[in-house]
Design a protein around this ligand. Sequence first.
Ligand SMILES: [Zn+2]
Length: 127
Amino acid sequence: MDLSHLRLKMRYLARERLRMENRLLMHERLARGCLVRVRTRCGQPNCRCKKSDKYRHGPHLYLSVNVDGKTRMIHVPKAWVAQTEGWVKSAQSYRKTRKEWLKIQKNLWKVFMQMEQLKTQELPYGP
Ligand SMILES: [Zn+2]
């Protein structure tokens, strides 16, 4: 690849990188973990949830989060369900974009290395 092609490639990658950076900046809040819906049995002895799985309560939404290698289930209050779903979705999108950003960054590094090789010509003097 010659220098002009490398320049074009570099400009393209830089534009893509900027696009990823703008995407990363637009997220306001992110939630770790993933959402799990759980149907539970209560503690009341005569409740019908004791009789069959189909009478279990819920589903209740939990955020399953890994803390120091342990999975913690955090109950999501009903009033926060929609927002939490949005934050989890945002976090997934953020991670994906961050990986794309790194891929572009690595490609840019390769382009600059190739440029360096092409620009490093033999000196007009010397051995
Ligand atoms: Zn019950």
